[in-house]
Design a protein around this ligand. Structure first.
Ligand code: ADP
Ligand code: ZN
Ligand code: ZN
Length: 736
């Protein structure tokens, strides 16, 4: 007989579960772990999660409040996901009540009903299958609709609309009994177009990978698929997923960025039709709820999504793919600082299914796990289309005059590629017009008042913007320091390059692709459409362009400033640069036309630039792994970072010192634990607050975690100062 006291997870930044009373009328019904409840909290009503019945020995305090409402009959998350939430909370040292909210789409978090809205799907009838198309001669749109459905198999009304078939047309076909309505449940599981899949003959490298992975369905094995750009990694996991779907199981495919969703979705839909869904923040609440509920019911074979999709319930999950596994976007860098890749690995372990990590530039962490045998390494060395990898050409800038960052030679090469009807990609990882605004007479520089950073000059509309806190200001007309009125724009940004190239190559379109130019919904999609047309043009872009895209007509990639990053203060700097340069280079020469990469650099002799020029990422990363091993930095030790921020740097520092004092009194602080700090963060002042940090390193994850647990008991003390905001980052990816 369940008691009347229950423990509830409430989305507040506190570690404990909260005790509530169940009203008499509801006591007979046994609550299932994971159901949503409405509970009073302070003077608010919050959506909590029922966790368990309180221990019967718990004293009955009069102060316990009654729950207001039980929102779900059945728990929306299964046991494996509740366990995953519990593990994530302990691993990342973040309150479970907040962690669990990540497992729900926004509308369920707000307490809305978990009701699945069926969309309409259409299917050709037997009559429609054999119907003589010439009879529809006078109804071309009906004819088109019927042909499409015959070719593509069953489709949703929405997909049909995307093909230009209206609902009127569909209703007319329906009246003629040529097509019929079906529900998503009736949409055949194996709706994939076998012929389309079998058309491509896999390369032998691809074959080996597919065999290896599909041989491990049902086991919690991790694969690292290291394949050069364009080697057909996607093709490999498409095949594996097809086998999985044949067994009635589903796949979750994580991608690093929303920008990659349309391309991935299109490719999957070609094969699996409407049993593919994608989940990301560009979808509205309703759409996200439907995908979430559909996935939970097993109505989708494949869910493609960004970081937070790792938490989506799937009825019979058979495999998780993490595409571009090295990408930093998989790590959330605020609040709940989780890595979707690492959570995927643990989820797979709990569900006893394989995980496939894929990348042309694997992370140091994954590569070293592959080298030490924890993961199985699968390698694709050849491009699937038979195209060669692009050749690298260093361009020594020493002593050369540059025009807006371009050497004469690079400009000539761009011109000749365009004249040969090819596309060119220019890479610079800095958006905006110029780095900063400088007074010509006294050297004053536009500085952000809120950060230790310059403000970037933007044109169209012209303004200054800080890229760290996004604070905006109009351009100065008078120097605040010497009252002169002549300024210079210092340094290059994508906008400036776009301007310059537009003037230089007037006959050709220049598309700038960065987070500013793609802010509007669908703008990125529209750019991709233009690129797909294949006409000669210049792409100017930041790292957004480096990721996973397939641009068959790009034959030349120009990297304006290969040196930035190599000399970064972060020990991950060189790994990042190598990944970025290899990835952006991989956009060149992906199909018939050979590709070339020109790297402008001032330090051609730098050993890391030299390695990169060989185009051999694997050797490069192995050297970095050796370095990390010799310095015992991650992944050869484990790292937890404690950061403190406040309006006064000394407060942040002193708070961290008191944390260290507390830790130093503990037995847990053994010789194996190394502490670094308190030190100001790389950018101490950001958005008006001063940030300091302490790092804890250990060769034992377990002892580091015990220590962090112990630290939490100090951090959450009620007497703790409210003037300092602190955060714990487990496996941090940057020193910022
Ligand atoms: P990656 O994911 O490694 O970048 P993709 O899977 O996108 O590579 O493949 C790159 C290109 O090669 C795509 O156009 C794809 O259709 C094509 N491709 C992949 N595998 C094969 C194959 N076995 N035969 C012919 N073309 C292939
Ligand atoms: Zn001045
Ligand atoms: Zn700022």
């Amino acid at each position: 007989m369940p008691g009347d006291l229950i423990d509830v997870l409430v989305p507040v930044p506190l570690l404990e579960k909260f005790t509530y009373k169940v009203p008499k009328g509801n006591q007979k019904r046994k609550l299932k772990r994971g159901v949503r409840l409405k509970v009073p909290f302070g003077n608010r009503i919050l959506i909590g999660i029922f966790w368990n019945y309180s221990d019967s020995s718990k004293p009955k305090r009069a102060s316990y409040k009654f729950i207001k409402e039980i929102l779900d009959e059945d728990a929306l998350l299964d046991k494996a996901l509740l366990d995953l939430a519990d593990w994530s909370s302990r691993y990342y040292h973040y309150p479970l009540g907040e962690v669990i909210t990540y497992f729900f789409p926004p509308s369920l978090r707000k307490g809305k009903e978990a009701k699945f809205k069926e969309s309409t799907y259409w299917k050709v009838t037997d009559k429609g299958d054999f119907f003589d198309l010439s009879e529809l001669k006078r109804a071309p749109s009906q004819r088109e609709g019927l042909v499409l459905l015959r070719e593509k198999g069953d489709l949703s009304q929405k997909s049909l609309r995307a093909y230009g078939i209206s609902s009127v047309t569909l209703n007319n076909l329906y009246k003629k009994e040529l097509i019929q309505k079906i529900s998503l449940e009736q949409l055949p599981v194996n709706s994939h177009r076998i012929e389309a899949i079998d058309k491509k003959k896999l390369t032998s490298e691809q074959n080996i990978s597919v065999q290896a992975i599909s041989g491990e369905f049902g086991n919690d094995k991790t694969f690292l698929l290291n394949g050069v750009t364009g080697s057909g990694k996607t093709e490999v996991y498409l095949r594996c997923i097809r086998k999985l779907v044949d067994q009635g199981k589903q796949a979750l495919v994580l991608i690093p960025e929303i920008g990659l969703a349309p391309q991935a979705e299109r490719r999957f839909k070609e094969l699996f039709g409407d049993r593919v869904a994608s989940f990301h923040s560009a979808k509205n609440e309703r759409e996200r709820l439907d995908v979430w509920l559909g996935a939970q019911r097993g109505l989708y074979d494949i869910v493609i999504g960004t970081r937070s999709s790792v938490f989506i319930p799937m009825k019979n999950l058979g495999m998780i793919v993490v595409d571009e596994e090295h990408d930093a976007s998989f790590k959330q860098t605020e609040r709940f600082r989780y890595s979707a890749r690492d959570i995927a690995l643990y989820r797979a372990k709990l569900s006893k299914i394989p995980t496939l990590l894929a990348s042309a530039t694997p992370s140091v962490e994954s590569m070293s796990n592959a080298l030490n045998g924890k993961y199985q390494l699968l390698t694709l060395k050849q491009r699937a289309t038979g195209a060669d990898l692009p050749s690298f050409v260093p361009l020594d800038l020493k002593g050369k005059a540059l025009k807006e960052g371009f050497s004469e030679q690079l400009l000539e090469e761009i011109g000749s590629e365009l004249n040969n009807n090819n596309q060119v990609l220019i890479f610079l990882n800095r958006r905006g017009f110029a780095c900063s605004m400088i007074c010509k007479s006294c050297g004053w520089i536009s500085h952000c008042d809120r950060c230790d950073a310059h403000m970037t000059v933007h044109s169209n509309p012209s303004h200054l913007q800080c890229h760290h806190c996004e604070h905006k200001k109009p351009l100065y007309t008078i120097c605040p320091s010497c009252q002169h009125n002549e300024f210079e724009s210092y340094g290059l940004g994508t906008e400036r390059i776009e301007d310059f190239l537009k003037k230089k190559f007037r006959q050709f379109p220049v598309l700038r692709i960065d987070s500013d130019s793609t802010r509007q919904k669908d703008s990125f999609k529209n750019y991709l459409k233009i690129i797909d047309e294949g006409k000669p043009l210049i792409l100017v872009g930041t790292q957004m362009l480096a990721k996973g895209h397939h641009f068959p007509e790009v034959t030349l990639v120009g990297i304006l400033d290969a040196d930035s990053g190599i000399f970064s203060a972060d020990f991950r700097g060189s790994e990042r640069v190598a990944q970025l340069i290899t990835q952006v280079s991989g956009r060149a020469g992906r199909e018939k036309k050979p590709g070339k990469v020109i790297l402008q650099t001032y330090c051609q002799e730098h050993p890391q630039i030299e390695e990169l020029l060989k185009g051999d990422y694997e050797t490069f990363i192995k050297k970095i792994i050796e370095d990390r091993a010799s310095t015992k930095s991650p992944p050869f030790s484990f790292h937890v970072k404690l950061q403190a921020e406040s309006f006064n740097g000394l407060l942040s520092r002193d708070f961290l010192s008191s944390c260290l004092d507390y830790l130093n009194k503990s037995q847990l602080m053994n010789k194996d634990i190394k502490t670094v700090g308190p030190l100001p963060s790389l950018m101490e002042k950001k958005s008006g607050v001063y940030r300091w940090e302490v790092s804890l390193f250990s060769s034992s994850r377990k002892s580091l975690h015990s220590l962090t647990d112990h630290l939490q008991s100090f951090l959450y003390l009620p007497k703790q100062t409210r003037k300092v905001r602190w955060s714990i980052d487990v496996d941090p990816i940057s020193t910022m």
